[in-house]
Design a protein around this ligand. Structure first.
Ligand code: NAI
Ligand code: HPV
Length: 540
């Protein structure tokens, strides 16, 4: 029974859904880190987290069981996605569940800054009735700059416009037409906006581009008295620059919900006048938490049940219908990959896939990923390669993979051909699907044939001379290896030929050596494929 690990606090609705999920077990283990986290992750098939736990490369090291991680929230920066991808673990998030709550929190912080709510409250509870000191400013007619006009940025903009603010923004991935529709004046850089902003709010992930967006240099050009809000990720504003800006009076206020290191209970900003800080509460509303928890549970259970992939941040989505309609072809691609991997091992330089006929109308990326998973299977440890990690691993090994599709049919209604290049030598392997679930080998070393693409295959190249098949058959008979099926392909009568035997068992090396003693046989190989109908975990 698949097991799911809950690593951070989830809403009761999410846990109730886990309780009700049939065919799953789950456990809640909070505040895990280090070796304890690594060991725990290795005991489960799926994991659900928020921003609390840090799923580092070390915590995933050696993990051969975990198949997916769902983040009940947006930011997946607490998960080492490269490490997860390398291990074939799907990482998913719930992108919309906390959008409004986070936009509201950022807006709430902006309002708190405009009326000195935090400092005035502190002063009053300390016994002072100071009305003059906490004179505020109106939001109406002020300019707010929004960096990052995605889901949260746009919700923030709507609210700011309702408060009659001028909204300016920067996002390299939004068109000026879309920004205009939203009532936002789009700028081409943050730098251009800085002299204009009374308020600045960021709604981007932390990336090399956004890290340190506000630093000492930015403070030189920012409008004096500007108030800054960060409800996105710690580190987008340099804390030291914020402290400096508040001390010098260049900044009128700072509001933070997120910090470079979390939890953060000590900062030079804490306690400063006109600074308001919350402990990462943007998504902490009942509504948001219910939605993200329910969605995260669904993501994990659906993936483990049917292979459905939604909202993945490290692999293309796969819906159950697509998977169902492509399963047979994905199996062919995977088996062709397995065969190519065993024939070429680590010497492969490049591989070009050709999808022809009906299969050309299917998702080529997914087919290629399936082929790559097969190609790498032998090179990986147990459970190593799958559609999530295979292309990344091949790229790391310097193998170039490309594909082309043509809906024109050849001799078969569909075919998948891999042209493999190894040190200047190219060879071809091709397959097709009979019915819904009968993969067949139709091309080997450039020769047409038709053989089962399952179980133990004995492949041999030979000169097309009489007696070869009889001789090979006799040798296997002498070694008590039963031949289930036999196929041959040749370029022309008397020319180069290939033979494929489907065997009922793995032949002993002595039988292979004996076959190779025949002068007309130039090479011979045993290849092992899964039995007919046996699918890898990610295809079931
Ligand atoms: N404080 C909290 O509790 C929460 C924080 N967040 C954080 O808020 C951030 C935004 O979330 P969403 O709006 O849902 O994401 P989103 O993906 O919808 O929007 C992000 C936007 O940032 C833009 N962007 C990326 N690089 C940029 C750059 N260098 N300059 C300007 N724009 C850039 C993207 O084009 C995109 O439009 C995320 O980092 C997320 O982790 C999200 C939810 C809760
Ligand atoms: O969704 C996000 O990106 C958040 O930052 C929310 O974090 P949380 O789930 O409240 O720990």
């Amino acid at each position: 029974m698949p097991k799911i690990l809950v690593l951070d606090e989830l809403s009761p609705e999410g846990l109730a859904l886990l309780d009700a999920a049939e065919g799953f077990e789950y456990e809640i283990r909070l505040k895990l880190a280090g070796e304890e986290l690594r060991k725990s992750l290795a005991e489960f098939d799926g994991a659900i987290c928020r921003s609390g736990v840090k799923i580092t490369a070390e915590s995933l090291e050696g993990n051969t069981r975990l198949r997916c991680i769902a983040r009940a929230g947006v930011g997946t920066d607490n998960i080492d996605k490269d490490a997860a991808t390398r291990l074939g673990i799907v990482v998913m998030n719930t992108p919309t569940g906390n959008t409004v709550s986070t936009a509201e929190h950022a807006f709430c912080l902006m309002m708190a800054l405009s009326r000195n709510v935090a400092s005035a409250n502190q002063s009053l509870v300390e016994g002072r009735w100071d009305r003059k000191k906490y004179m505020g400013t109106q939001l109406a007619d002020k300019t707010v700059g929004i960096v990052g006009l995605g889901r949260i940025g746009q919700e923030f903009a709507k609210r700011a416009l309702a408060f009659e603010m001028r909204v300016i923004g920067f996002d390299p991935f939004i068109s000026s037409e879309r920004a205009a529709e939203l009532g936002i004046e789009l700028y081409s850089s943050v730098k251009e906006m800085l002299p204009l902003v009374d308020y600045l709010t960021v709604h981007t992930p932390l990336t090399p581009e956004t890290k340190g967006l506000i630093n000492l240099e930015a403070l030189e050009i920012i409008k004096p008295g500007a108030r800054l809000i960060n409800c996105a990720r710690g580190g987008i504003y340099e804390e030291a620059a914020l402290v400096e800006g508040m001390k010098s009076g260049k900044l009128g206020g700072v509001a933070l919900d997120v910090y470079a290191e979390e939890p953060c209970t000590d900062s030079a900003l804490f306690g400063m006048e006109n600074v308001v800080c919350t402990p990462h509460l943007g998504a902490s509303t009942e509504e948001a938490q219910t939605q993200v928890a329910v969605e995260a549970v669904q993501l994990v259970t659906n993936f483990l049940k049917s292979g459905e992939i939604r909202h993945a941040v490290n692999v293309a989505p796969i819906d159950p219908k697509t998977l169902e309609s492509m399963r047979g072809y994905l199996d062919v691609a995977y088996r062709i990959g397995l065969l190519a991997g065993q024939l070429h091992g680590g010497k492969l330089k490049s591989c070009k896939l050709n999808y022809r006929g009906e299969v050309a109308g299917k998702d080529a990326k997914l087919l290629t990923a399936s082929f790559c998973a097969g190609l790498l299977e032998q090179a990986m440890d147990e459970g190593g390669a799958n559609i999530v990690n295979a292309q990344m691993l091949l790229a790391e090994r310097g193998v170039t993979i490309s594909s082309e599709s043509s809906t024109e049919m050849g001799s078969f209604s569909s075919s998948i051909t891999a042209t493999l290049e190894e040190d200047g030598r190219t060879s071809q392997v091709g397959g097709t699907l009979f019915g819904n679930d009968m993969p067949r080998l139709i091309l080997l070393d450039g020769q047409r044939l038709e053989a089962y693409l399952d179980g133990t295959l004995f492949l041999f190249a030979h000169n097309d001379v009489p007696g070869i098949i009889g001789r090979v058959g006799t040798i296997f008979g002498n070694h008590s290896v039963n031949i289930a099926q036999m196929a041959v392909g040749r370029s022309s009568a008397g020319g180069n030929a290939v033979g494929v035997l489907n065997l009922d068992g793995v032949p002993p090396q002595a039988a292979v050596d004996e076959v190779l003693q025949s002068p007309a046989i130039t090479s011979a190989r045993v290849v092992e494929l899964p039995a007919a109908g046996e699918l890898p975990t990610w295809l079931r």
